[in-house]
Design a protein around this ligand. Structure first.
Ligand SMILES: [Zn+2]
Length: 198
């Protein structure tokens, strides 16, 4: 990994791109991406678009290629793990490999059970360096309402793990903070936990 790059600063730049997409992505997560050259300059940006349209990584790869700035020395930062399967669009992890990117930094694993680490694995299997979990807590808060809406098993699983050491009210407050969701939504997760506990 290029030691001189400021991963936190570049991930926050990717988060700023993601914020521009919030509310415009349909059921897609609002993800942001920046591509940075070896000297730490941002050469391209992308945001996830609506259903069936480009994910953030693809937009950024196109822009970098248009500028003649896409080569093996760049680092791609994405707030969410690149997807691993060809759904409405080709798998971003495959496209990243095909475009010759050799380093990827991600914020949060994709909680979609069809991805959940598979995107990172595909990249690593192709020899791409992958650094996961940069600004993860901030990215989880940025994407919290999407996670809750489309992948509620993830906060439920986390709540179950935390429940043994926390009172219910404390647990709801912790979930509200972790996912930046309303207290009532967090309380519903705790209720679901009680309903599904053995
Ligand atoms: Zn994707």
């Amino acid at each position: 990994m290029t030691a001189s790059l400021d991963h936190g600063a570049h991930m926050r730049a990717a988060m700023a791109e993601a914020e521009r997409a919030r509310g415009k992505t349909g059921d897609n997560p609002w993800v942001g991406c920046v591509i940075v050259d070896a000297r730490g300059r941002v050469v391209a940006r992308g945001q996830t678009q609506g259903p069936g349209e480009d994910h953030a990584e693809i937009g950024a790869l196109h822009e970098a290629a248009e500028h003649g700035a896409l080569d093996a020395t760049v680092t791609l930062y994405s707030t969410l793990e690149p997807c691993s399967f060809h759904g409405r669009t080709p798998a971003c992890s495959r496209v990243i490999i095909d475009r010759g990117v050799r380093r990827v930094v991600t914020g949060m694993r994709d909680p979609n059970p069809r991805v959940d680490g598979e995107g990172a694995r595909i990249l690593r299997d192709a020899g791409v360096e992958v650094l996961e979990g940069v600004c993860e807590a901030e990215v989880r808060r940025q994407l919290g309402s999407w996670v809750l809406a489309y992948h509620p098993h993830e906060p439920l699983r986390r709540a179950r793990a935390m429940a043994s050491t926390m009172q219910r009210a404390e647990l709801a407050a912790a979930l509200a903070s972790l996912y930046a969701i309303h207290a009532a939504a967090a309380a519903r997760i705790v209720s679901a936990l009680d309903a599904t506990s053995p």
